[in-house]
Design a protein around this ligand. Sequence first.
Ligand code: ZN
Length: 497
Amino acid sequence: MKFLKKTDIKQLVLLFVASLIVSLPYFLYSPKQGLMAVLVLMILAMLHKTIFLVASIYSLFINSFFMHLVTTWGGDSLVSRIQASYESATYERWEYFKTYIGITDFLMTVGYFIISLFVIYIVVKKLELSSFARKFSLSVSTLAIVASLLIFPTLETLKNFQLVHLPLTIYKTYDNLSVINERASFLQKAEDAKISCPNSFDKIIFIQGESANKHHLSVYGYEKKTTPFFDSIKPYAFDAIAPANQTRFAIAIELTDATVENFDVFYKNKSIVSKLSSCGYTTHWISNQGKTGEFDTTITSIAKEADHTYFLNDLDYTTAGLDGNVLKTLDLIDTKTPEKQAFFIHLLGSHFAYSDRYPADKAFMKGDDVVTHYDNSIHYTDWVISEIYKRFLNENSLYIYLSDHSEVVQKGGHGYSPSFKGEYDIPLVMWSKQKERLSTLFKTTKGKLINTESLNHIIEYLTGMNDSLGVSYGTKVLSVIPENVVDYLTLPKHEKE
Ligand SMILES: [Zn+2]
């Protein structure tokens, strides 16, 4: 019986160590799957050095990317994270890099890459096994894989194998986006419904904020006076939660008949924007969020329903400016005509990075900590809203302000999985001189938590499109993706909240 020679053993150890280093990030997530990756690499090395070279560089990329996703966002949000990257405006990707990829992250990744490439190089250069050692290693690795496939449920193992799963997810996400295009063709074919809005407002001003946590607004009792304008006009401030912790699902649910538990309705449904058009309002969509790249988001899809759309940050992320810029756009529109108009104003609000969301001369507090920057951004949003207010006659206007979702301020983000309660605690503020239906709404919902999945029905009620309130008090919310419905009441608070 033949035995492995000393040189063979040394080389096999070298190969094993190299494969281990290449697969290292994966071990942090799942040791079982990390070991599988090592075995596969060893088998490939037995077949040909070049195959090993290509495979290890491939898995080096996938594993590093995967490690970043898992450590930053948690393990079950991959599809959404990749989708967000497809759908995001360039400025958002830029912000993402600025916020989540620190210098340590960068150095660690670069250091890890250099070390890994070095060991791959050594293996490719030095590996000279005897044919016996080759067969030996091939059989042992193959046997180990077969054994583990027998021990663990096969399908489950393959499905969760990130070297396969991650690229497949990227492809699937790309494919999923075509559904948005289906919505476009649905809207094109759908006939104009005959709707009337007898409880008429001259102007409806709907301000869609971003990442505002109601516990940081003084109109909701925050001790710092972050919302002097709201405090002065004394609006109806409702207790509300967002239906999702990501913009594109939250707004899609808020403005259409889609609900937390049935998101798919969105693809075959006109939003409240179209319905107000049918009621005789000229609709304007003004967005200070960046326009998307190659793909339409759910939000662009809704924006297109408006008679006029204004995307302030067309293409160039470097000019993705302050929310005050929407005022310049408003100034170009005659807001004092007797014509019925509805404005949907989409702000950047308190989107990370907070310090970029307000001009230095409008900081109401000095300091460089995350909460100060955040509170300054809330204070600036309040100022922007007060300036929007000045641009209307306000004899018979309806104002609605809410945030798409909330924010875990101390952690500097939203869209976590598992989710935190704080990601859903949004402000929902309304006011008008015409108070009848508003006060009924306030009295009826007092002491209860409104799920803004029903926001479109609330607007239908306020405008008289509908005489029933249609408020949802459901506590189910989306955690990152429509497939992941959770109960808000059972979500944990973030440790620093
Ligand atoms: Zn958002």
